[in-house]
Write a protein that binds this ligand. Sequence first.
Ligand code: SF4
Length: 86
Amino acid sequence: MSTEKRADLNLKIARLPIVDQCEGCQRIVEDAGAKVCGKYAEPAFHWEDGQICLMATHINIKKEAAVAKKAVNPLKASKRAAGKKK
Ligand code: SF4
């Protein structure tokens, strides 16, 4: 799909207002006096069920993923340590 066709299509899509989690994102734009997302038509969908919006500019997703990886299962850690002792 060409850029012109996509831009034309974007104009026809009704954009819903942002949600609380979007506050601070740089993709927020003003549209007819309402704050809407410049990327997604339905921002609430990208924050449903504890999800984090992948296009959010105010949240460092990689940093949060790294923090999540640091949580180590103690049982697996002890088995790993026992395996290295040989
Ligand atoms: S990119 Fe994501 S976080 Fe930013 S305004 Fe849009 S929906 Fe909200």
